[in-house]
Design a protein around this ligand. Structure first.
Ligand code: HEC
Length: 171
C-alpha cells in the first residue's frame, strides 16, 4: 500500500463516518417526531369514551321543570314548564310503542297501515283509542307497558301513530 492509498482510504472512511452520524441524527429526529403522536392517543381514547357514553344515553330524554320542553308538547300544554315529565308523541312512540306496532306484533295494528288505522279511527273514534291505549285492550298492555307515561304522553303517541297512517287528528 502506498501513502496515497492510505490518505484516499482515510478520506473515504471520514466521509462514511460523517454520513453515518448524519443518518443517525435523522433517525433520531424521526423517532422524536413519531413519539409526538403519543399525546394524541389519550385524546383519541377520550373521544371514544365520549362517543360510547353518547350512544348509551336513553332515547327518551327526561325533561324536568326548567328544561326547555320539546316543541310539540310545549305548544300543546300552552307552556314549556309543566311539572310533568314531558315527551313528544314520536319520542314515546320510538321508546315504547314501536316495539310492537312497527311490525304488528301480536296482531297489533301496524304503524303506517292506513286501512287498519282508518277503520279503528272510524269505528272507535280518537277518544276511545286513547282510552284503550291508557287502560289496555286484550294483548295491548296499559300505556304500552310503561306505567310512567302520562295520559298526555300516551295521547300524543296515539296522535303520532295516526299521523303515520295519514290521519290527522285535530285535538
Ligand atoms: C307489547 C306490545 C305493544 C306495545 C308495546 C304497544 N301496543 Fe298498542 N297494541 C298492541 C296489540 C296487540 C294491539 C291490538 C289489541 C287488540 O285489538 O286485540 C294494540 C292496539 C293498539 C291500539 C288500538 C286500540 C283499539 O282500541 O283497538 C292503539 C291505539 C294502540 N295499540 C296504541 C299504542 C300506543 C300509543 C303504544 C305506546 C304507548 C302502544 N300501543 C304500545 C300491542 C302493543
Amino acid at each position: 500500500m502506498s501513502e496515497q492509498d492510505d490518505s484516499a482510504f482515510m478520506r473515504t472512511f471520514g466521509l462514511v463516518m460523517v454520513a453515518l452520524t448524519v443518518l443517525s441524527l435523522i433517525i433520531f429526529a424521526l423517532a422524536m417526531f413519531a413519539g409526538s403522536f403519543g399525546g394524541d392517543e389519550q385524546a383519541r381514547a377520550e373521544l371514544q369514551r365520549e362517543r360510547a357514553e353518547r350512544n348509551l344515553r336513553p332515547v327518551g330524554a327526561v325533561h324536568r321543570d326548567g328544561d326547555a320542553a320539546p316543541v310539540e308538547l310545549a305548544a300543546a300544554n300552552g307552556n314549556g314548564n309543566d311539572e310533568d315529565v314531558v315527551r313528544t308523541g314520536s319520542d314515546v312512540y320510538e321508546s315504547v310503542c314501536m316495539a310492537c306496532h312497527s311490525q304488528g306484533v301480536m296482531n297489533s295494528p301496524r304503524t303506517g297501515d292506513e286501512d287498519a288505522w282508518a277503520s279503528l279511527y272510524e269505528e272507535k273514534g280518537f277518544d276511545t283509542l286513547v282510552e284503550n291505549s291508557i287502560n289496555g285492550i286484550r294483548a295491548m298492555p296499559p300505556r304500552g307497558g310503561n306505567p310512567n307515561l302520562s295520559d298526555e304522553e300516551v295521547r300524543a303517541s296515539v296522535v303520532h301513530m295516526l299521523e303515520q297512517a295519514g290521519i290527522s287528528v285535530d285535538d
